[in-house]
Design a protein around this ligand. Structure first.
Ligand code: ATP
Ligand code: MG
Length: 441
């Protein structure tokens, strides 16, 4: 197995100083599965002060948990002392931790596949929890009593689903039933941590499986009731042969390929307004489900304490997810403004996934791509021909009309009606001349 050279260097330094030092947790699991680990965590019997003494650059990130980050040539490595967790009072974190041996350190970890150590010098996997066998069988199993382990830290409920989804593993029966029985415990976890786990799950391959597991275990109903409600919301079969909104949603999510967090969330939430707007008239209709959905999406993002930038983008995408249908009928200037938006590539991808999740027709997707290919940068974002000062010099009073005129002028440029500064001046005078003081009087 190939081990990151920076991590090897850190392990070697610890070992030469007489400490035991092993790779631990996710990186060992990933190596066994043939996946490149994201980070290389090290577990040792050295305490944080001893680690600090051995390396010139360290960060004291969690000395009371026995953790220290070593900054080495190859990157940053978390070096943690073998420990046992003290009692968990609040379903989130232990009151304190104690130094312990490596077997106890394996026992405090969440799932067997995450409880392995590896000694690269002996090329030896150290397995106190049966994790290696579970990786081979493709099984997620809590270490010890699943009820107790979820009850200590309810974030593990989401981690369980995330790992099962990402690796396509099944969840072993006692762990699965504890997951369902304790789903409501997730409410005691801080919204930011929940959001972080969900975003990872939604952007990883396997998001569809993750959502199904969340639905089946009841986690979805607790965390995102608005999404859970979409199951059973019927759609007009002539437009949605696939079935109800939930079925559509899973098909859409399955179309995404390594999405950005914003796109993944927007895809999850794009039809969230269909439940409250459901109506049977000439056929099933969801009038204004995009507008209603955008409001609901915003409330969800705020509830999960997402950043403003992420929230705004998700809301923008949900609000506009039906607009591509109108693109061919838009005025030229409206269409160019639509196509040049920062969010457009994500919107186009959302639209593609949305279509593939029902009728599979991509003509509007192709139309927008062709339009974008035809338009030059200058046609999309024409240079400014006049500024506010020009209008004031023409005799316009300062005020909101200045901005409005400049906006209309850009519209005329985007329509191809105005191309030069002279034309712009003539255009402004012919339309707004009456608003100007006569200069010189
Ligand atoms: P990823 O590839 O998503 O980072 P990971 O397994 O490395 O997965 P981390 O959150 O980086 O997950 O945690 C590193 C290790 O720490 C885990 O493999 C596990 O052994 C342990 N761990 C992390 N979070 C918990 C938790 N909430 N409860 C128990 N053990 C945990
Ligand atoms: Mg990790």
């Amino acid at each position: 197995m190939r081990v990151d050279p920076g991590a090897l260097g850190v392990l070697n330094t610890l070992r030469e100083a007489g400490f035991r030092a092993l790779l631990a947790g996710g990186c060992v699991r990933d190596m066994l599965m043939g996946i490149e680990p994201k980070d290389w965590d090290i577990a040792t019997d050295a305490g944080p002060e001893q680690v600090e003494g051995l390396f010139s650059r360290t960060l004291p990130v969690g000395a009371h948990f026995g953790i220290c980050v070593v900054l080495a040539k190859g990157g940053q490595y978390e070096v943690a002392r073998f420990r046992r967790d003290g009692p968990y009072g609040d379903g989130r974190r232990p009151t304190h931790v104690e130094p312990a041996d490596e077997c106890a350190d394996a026992q405090r970890r969440d799932f067997t596949i995450n409880g392995l150590f590896y000694d690269p010098f002996l090329n030896e996997i150290i397995d106190y929890v049966g994790g290696r066998n579970d990786i081979e069988r493709g099984v997620i199993r809590a270490i010890g009593d699943p009820h107790a382990r979820f009850g200590e830290d309810y974030l593990r409920l989401l981690r369980c689903v995330r790992f099962a989804a990402r690796f396509g593993f099944s969840i072993e029966e006692p762990t699965r039933s504890a997951l369902s029985a304790l789903a409501e415990g997730i409410e005691s976890i801080a919204a930011e941590r929940v959001e972080d786990e969900l975003t990872r799950m939604l952007t990883d391959p396997g998001a569809v499986r993750g959502l199904e597991l969340m639905m089946d275990s009841g986690l979805l109903r607790v965390i995102l009731p608005e999404v859970a409600q979409l199951r059973g919301v019927e759609q007009p079969p002539e437009f949605h042969p696939e079935g109800d909104v939930w079925t559509h949603l899973l098909l859409v999510m399955g179309q995404l390929d390594h999405p950005t967090p914003e796109l993944a969330w927007a895809a999850l939430l794009h039809d969230i307004g269909k439940e409250p707007t459901f109506e049977v008239r000439d056929r099933i209709r969801f009038n204004r489900h995009d507008v209603v959905g955008a409001k609901m999406a915003e409330a969800i993002c705020r509830r999960l304490r997402m950043s403003n930038a992420r929230t705004e983008r998700i809301v923008e995408l949900v609000a506009q997810h039906m607009r591509i249908r109108n693109a061919p009928d838009m005025r030229e200037s409206t269409r160019r403004r639509f196509l040049r938006q920062d969010c457009f590539s994500q919107l186009l991808e959302l639209h593609r996934a949305d279509c593939m999740g029902c009728h599979g027709k991509l003509d509007l997707h192709e139309y927008c791509k062709a339009q974008l290919a035809l338009l030059s940068e200058e046609q999309l974002r024409p240079p400014r021909l006049l500024g506010g000062r020009d209008l004031l010099e023409l005799g316009l009073k300062p005020g909101p009309l200045v901005g409005r005129i400049l906006d209309r002028l850009e519209e005329a440029q985007l329509e191809g009606n105005v191309e030069s500064r002279d034309q712009a001046l003539a255009w402004v005078c012919s339309r707004y001349g009456a608003s100007f003081k006569t200069v010189g009087n």
